[in-house]
Design a binder for this molecule. Structure first.
Ligand SMILES: C[S@@+](CC[C@H](N)C(=O)[O-])C[C@H]1O[C@@H](n2cnc3c(N)ncnc32)[C@H](O)[C@@H]1O
Length: 219
């Protein structure tokens, strides 16, 4: 039987996320970058609009924003075009092909940063330099390690917001570890939880994938 558009798009998502290792994942993105946005549309991909909505709600006064794991710049495009953000906007991703797609969108990006976020979460930027860090669809297995969250927080100003999305499945150890790191940052009074909302990541196309968007404020 012929593969439907939705099935083909889901296969591409699975190939990039549920592969054996990081190297395979990155190779998938390099091959997928040209049709990534089309597949995202086919699946009615909700993580960028959900993160952008939180940006619109909590980050009106921001003047410096970093999108980590920006990919083709979907969240960046929304905050520029739908939420009228006109300040400095930096995109960070390991994959140059994905960043190239973002560059094609002409979103007045200040810096494109190629960097692999490792488990320390240390970023090649000045400490305390951003009002907002957005990270959409990249806290998943074979992508950004959960422990990176703590290091990423260092790049935020005090009072700055971190907007994160991840899959909301309780059976995968990645999500359990993600929750533990968030809770440990809250317990240590490094951050507070401002908002949290569950949503369907591909509504209408594939209703089974539940995600969550979180807003943390650095204390
Ligand atoms: C699922 S895509 C999400 C892209 C975009 N944020 C969106 O929602 O459309 C994940 C992106 O994260 C990047 N990525 C994955 N792990 C990374 C890491 N450890 N450091 C830097 N970039 C990473 C990939 O190259 C890819 O562009």
């Amino acid at each position: 039987m012929e593969e439907t558009k939705v099935e083909a798009a889901l296969n591409n998502v699975h190939a990039a996320i549920f592969c054996d290792n990081v190297k395979d994942s990155q190779e998938e993105y390099s091959g997928w970058c040209d049709s990534y946005d089309k597949d995202a549309d086919t699946l009615n991909y909700q993580s960028p609009p959900q993160a952008a909505k939180m940006f619109g709600k909590y980050c009106k006064d921001a003047t410096t924003v970093l999108d980590v794991g920006s990919g083709t710049g979907k969240a960046a495009q929304l905050i520029r075009e739908e939420y009228g953000y006109d300040g400095d906007l930096d995109l960070l991703d390991f994959n140059l092909n994905m960043l190239q797609q973002a560059d094609n969108k002409k979103l007045k990006i200040r810096n494109f940063i190629q960097h692999w976020v490792d488990d320390t979460g240390e970023l090649p930027v000045k400490e305390g330099s951003y009002d907002v860090i957005i990270c959409v669809g990249s806290f998943v297995p074979n992508h950004i390690p959960v422990t990176a969250m703590r290091g990423m927080l260092k790049s935020l100003k005090h009072g700055g917001a971190m907007i994160l999305t991840t899959r909301n499945t309780k059976v995968v150890s990645y999500k359990l570890d993600f929750d533990r790191v968030v809770q440990s940052m809250i317990d240590a009074k490094e951050a507070e939880l401002v908002d949290k909302e569950e949503y369907k990541n591909y509504p209408g196309a594939y209703d089974h994938v539940l995600n969550v968007v979180l807003v943390l404020r650095k204390l």
